[in-house]
Design a protein around this ligand. Structure first.
Ligand code: WTA
Length: 659
């Protein structure tokens, strides 16, 4: 969006009815919070931490910058996240209130109250303790969307174990790498997962991962029986969830941990090397989860909230497992996919469960737009979506056309949309509208969350004027931020606090531009070698490493190509160890390499398009010219200067896909 366009862009003001009941009501309320943070940064966060989090031992320290960038927040305080999410609500009279409405892939609905959830979490906590899991142990969770997934995470939090959830779509190899890096003692999984009417085995991937070597730290595997499908149980190592909880008491004293105790690790892709274990804290993270849930989603205990993310991603952590429960809300947990039994599933579920707040990804919206256009039966107008009062978007930039459609057809023109910019590393929302305050502009995530010091700078760290694109940074540490990369503090420092900015600023890895008139932020996309495919982060290097691990592949370069539906699509340029294939043979090798990447990383990493060349376009010093590859992937004519290119003839070969 150019600043000229945005100056004329239509503003969507918060509806009066919404403003009247909103927790943060009106721009003055927003500004006064920002001012408070400006005047006394630590005092601001300390006040909120006291008001919104229950502490077992109150903190006296707020921000400790001693070993920057390894910041600490509320370090001498003690608390328990599971206590904050469950016991607190039960004690305040919400025990009989439904915490989770679980809808299975086949449509079966199960409801769990806060009291029941607390009992389940305590039982499972006791089961974990009985197999010797305790404070500081790492537990890998490889479960589908389920009540059990949330129970497993909450139980880890309750006993002070650090969980690391691995998305069920990752391969055995990826699972193995994460178990190995985390040094986990236990894996929690299911026999199978149900998605789109199919039962997909999950446990075999765990068996394979553990057989690959490097997982010697694992002592046990707990298996939740989801379908009763065939499942090989290794004697002495594997135990069923239902057996593990059998006879366990439904009370378990929470383990009070220090605010900096690692609540979880979550692996995510960076521009180099293997996925990194983003380490989050307990106190600061919980504060951010609670505050953003209350302010960005305006969530109150009467609300039914639905975040469609998977617990395998950070969105599922903050806005399924922790935030909504800590706020005493009722939330939907959905096992299935938006297209089954048809693409009206989301709308039907909103109608059936009278969802008030709905949070999803632009990719899902775009695919549902397409579905509604081709099959009018699944158009949202056929459903009663009158319960909705607020909608959100996350994971990638939302194009204004999709925003408008979502606003009009799903929100009936009356619901604000919060376009929330944040990252695995940030713990919670960073730049986002507050729905009862911020006038909206489609495609813009608007303004920083109160207290967050976001800015756009150039390569030297100097702030660029509004209207000019640059690098998105955070000028001050915030409570929910990443604490380190598990086992690799140096990588944490280098990736996020680079010397370019004298180690002063947090580098988000995204480009941004602020509107010349309003100062609103628009995210322009990643500025590193990270792709965003359907809202999932993928490192190009990771896919390249997977490709060159195939015996046929000598060299590869992976780039992203803009895609209407998925945001970006993965395009791989490959040089084989043999002559360049063509025709049918090329097609066969493409299929083989796609399957290979699916096995090495997971189906989400499969290249959409693979092109073969005798070589890759390189400078005379041997550097691959990725900019050219991006242009070729897009099908653009090469207008750039190719005089520094060692081998210009290669460009022609790479223009054509296999077949
Ligand atoms: C992108 C997901 C534009 C961005 C919570 C970021 C967005 C990466 C938005 C983080 C948004 C996320 N507008 N881009 N509202 N939200 N992104 O770690 O590139 O899976 O750096 O966290 O997604 O992805 P991650």
């Amino acid at each position: 969006m150019s600043s000229n366009e945005s100056a004329e862009a239509r503003l969507y003001y918060p509806p009066e009815e919404f403003v009247r009941q909103a927790t943060i009501s009106g721009m003055d309320a927003y500004k006064s919070l920002c001012d408070e943070a400006q005047r006394d940064y630590e005092g601001y966060w300390a006040r909120l931490a006291r008001e919104h989090v229950v502490w077992h031992k109150p903190f006296t320290q707020v921000l400790d910058q001693g070993e920057a960038p390894f910041f600490k927040w509320f370090a001498d305080g003690q608390l328990n996240v599971s206590y904050n999410c469950l016991d607190r609500n039960v004690q305040s009279g919400l025990g009989d209130k439904v915490a989770i409405i679980f809808e299975a892939d086949n449509g079966r609905v199960t409801k769990v109250t806060y009291s029941e959830l607390l009992a389940k979490v305590c039982q499972f906590s006791n089961a974990l303790k009985s197999v010797g899991v305790g404070k500081g142990d790492r537990v890998v969770i490889y479960l589908p969307m389920s009540v059990e997934g949330i129970v497993a995470m909450q139980a880890c939090a309750r006993i002070g174990a650090t969980h690391s959830v691995v998305f069920g779509g990752f391969s055995a190899q990826s699972l193995r790498d994460r178990i190995n890096d985390a040094g986990a003692v236990l894996v929690i999984t299911a026999d199978e997962q149900c998605r789109g009417g199919k039962n997909i085995p999950l446990k075999p991937a765990v068996d394979e991962a553990l057989s690959l070597g490097g997982c010697e730290s694992i002592r046990n595997v707990v298996v939740y029986q989801r379908t009763g499908g065939a499942c090989n149980m290794v004697a002495g190592r594997d135990l069923w969830w239902h057996d593990a909880v059998q006879g366990q008491g439904d009370a378990c004293e929470p383990e009070w941990v220090e605010a900096e105790h690692p609540l979880f690790l979550l692996y995510t892709s960076g521009s180099t090397g293997k996925p990194k274990g983003v380490q989050h804290s307990t106190g600061g993270y919980l504060l951010q989860a609670v505050l953003t849930t209350k302010w960005t989603f305006d969530l109150k205990p009467v609300d039914v909230f639905w975040c469609t993310a998977d617990i395998g991603w950070v969105t599922g952590h903050t806005y399924i497992t922790y935030g909504p429960l800590a706020c005493g809300g009722t939330e939907i947990v959905f096992e299935g996919v938006p297209s089954y039994p048809d693409a009206g599933r989301f709308w039907k579920m909103i109608q059936d469960h009278k969802v008030n707040i709905f949070y999803t990804a632009p990719t899902a919206i775009r695919s549902l737009i397409k579905a509604a256009e081709t099959n009018p039966v699944v158009h949202p107008r056929n459903y009663d979506l009158g319960s909705l009062r607020l909608m959100g978007s996350v994971g990638e930039p939302i194009n204004p056309a999709a925003w408008e459609w979502y606003h009009r057809n799903v929100g009936g023109g009356r619901c604000p949309i919060v376009d929330t910019f944040w990252q695995t590393e940030t713990g919670g929302h960073m730049i986002t509208p507050l729905p009862g305050a911020t006038p909206l502009v489609p495609g813009s995530c608007t303004l920083p969350f109160p207290g967050i010091q976001a800015s756009v700078v150039d390569e030297t760290g100097a702030e660029v004027p509004w209207g000019q694109g640059g690098i998105l940074v955070m000028k001050k540490p915030w409570p929910g931020m990443i604490r380190t990369i598990w086992g690799d503090p140096e990588r944490f420092r280098k990736s996020y606090y680079p010397a370019d900015f004298q180690g002063k600023y947090y580098l988000a890895g995204d480009g941004a531009i602020r509107d010349r008139n309003t100062g609103y932020f628009t995210i322009t996309g990643r500025i590193d070698d990270v792709l965003n495919v359907s809202g999932h982060r993928m490192g190009t290097m990771e896919i390249e490493s997977a490709l060159v691990a195939h015996p046929l592949v000598a060299e590869s370069a992976v780039v992203g190509r803009p895609d209407e539906l998925t945001g970006e699509a993965i395009v791989a340029f490959v040089v084989l160890r043999r002559s360049r294939p063509t025709g049918e043979e090329a097609k066969k090798i493409v299929a083989e390499l796609q399957a290979w990447v699916g096995k090495e990383i997971g189906p989400i990493a499969k290249p959409r398009d693979i092109r073969f060349g005798d070589n890759l376009p390189k400078t005379r010093s041997g550097k691959i010219m990725r900019r050219l590859l991006r242009a070729i992937a897009k099908g653009e004519d090469i207008t750039q200067d190719v005089s520094t290119l060692e081998n210009p003839a290669i460009l022609d070969q790479l223009k054509h896909g296999a077949g």
